[in-house]
Design a protein around this ligand. Structure first.
Ligand SMILES: NC(=O)c1ccc[n+]([C@@H]2O[C@H](COP(=O)([O-])OP(=O)(O)OC[C@H]3O[C@@H](n4cnc5c(N)ncnc54)[C@H](OP(=O)(O)O)[C@@H]3O)[C@@H](O)[C@H]2O)c1
Length: 207
């Protein structure tokens, strides 16, 4: 399968690139800073581009792909700089024009606060307002598109090992301070790629 990965230099993006190559996919990594990607593989192509610059470079990257996966984010910052609300329209337009249907987009559990236990919910409300607003605006554009999208709502991410023993679904019961490893999130993303029952769904994932 031909995959375009957005945000391949972040800690989640790296997991997705590595696992996609392990699964035998043909990977195109769309990176703002390609030098950060220290992987060499005969099935990996790296394209340089800033998602917020213009749709031109992105559209060229989208051409001919079977699916697009986004791990875009602002790292540990609480300031969104409008990344998601500004990039989703560009991604959707490029995909619709190139007739690439499948998009798996990483968002976060902060968009489903009623599922979060009390203490982390209060912390998220306090600290992540700007991130929430930005992600929500991007998701509205995604949901209104004609794409076969899946939104992923991970709980707090860790760099721990893949366990394969994570829980996922539209509703997952959460307790305490839930976490999940990026390796497990990457596994779920790649496992759901061709699963039509996940199209148009928002999936929570937690250990
Ligand atoms: N941290 C958590 O606990 C948590 C929980 C739930 C959900 N999430 C979500 O999970 C996702 C991944 O998080 P993460 O911490 O693994 O990764 P991250 O550190 O947020 O990585 C972000 C990636 O996006 C890229 N990027 C940012 N702005 C860009 C732009 N203008 N053009 C092109 N690329 C751009 C970065 O490139 P550079 O390397 O060049 O900066 C990097 O590859 C994010 O959407 C995050 O909101 C995180």
């Amino acid at each position: 399968v031909k995959l375009l990965i957005l945000g391949p230099t972040g800690p989640l993006g790296r997991q997705i690139v590595a696992q996609a190559l392990d699964r035998g996919h043909e990977v195109t990594a769309f990176a703002r800073s390609p030098q950060k990607l220290d992987v060499n593989h005969e099935h990996l192509r790296v394209l340089q581009g800033d998602i917020l610059d213009d749709g031109g470079t992105l559209e060229a990257a989208v051409r001919g792909q079977d699916a697009v996966i986004s791990a875009l984010g602002v790292g540990e910052s609480f300031r969104s700089r409008g990344l998601i609300s500004r990039s989703v329209p560009v991604i959707v337009q490029a995909m619709e024009r190139q007739r690439v249907q499948r998009l798996v987009f990483t968002s976060g559990i902060i968009l489903k606060l009623d599922a979060v236990p009390l203490i982390p919910r209060l912390l998220m409300r306090l600290l992540m307002r700007d991130l929430m607003r930005d992600k929500r605006a991007g998701e509205d554009v995604l949901r209104a598109s004609r794409l076969d999208w899946t939104l992923l709502y991970p709980v707090r991410l860790t760099n721990g090992p893949g366990t394969g023993r994570y829980r996922w679904g539209e509703d997952v019961a959460l307790r305490g301070f839930p976490t999940v490893s990026r390796a497990d999130v990457a596994d779920l993303i790649l496992a759901r790629l061709a699963d039509a029952s996940s199209f148009g769904k928002t999936l929570v994932i937690s250990s």
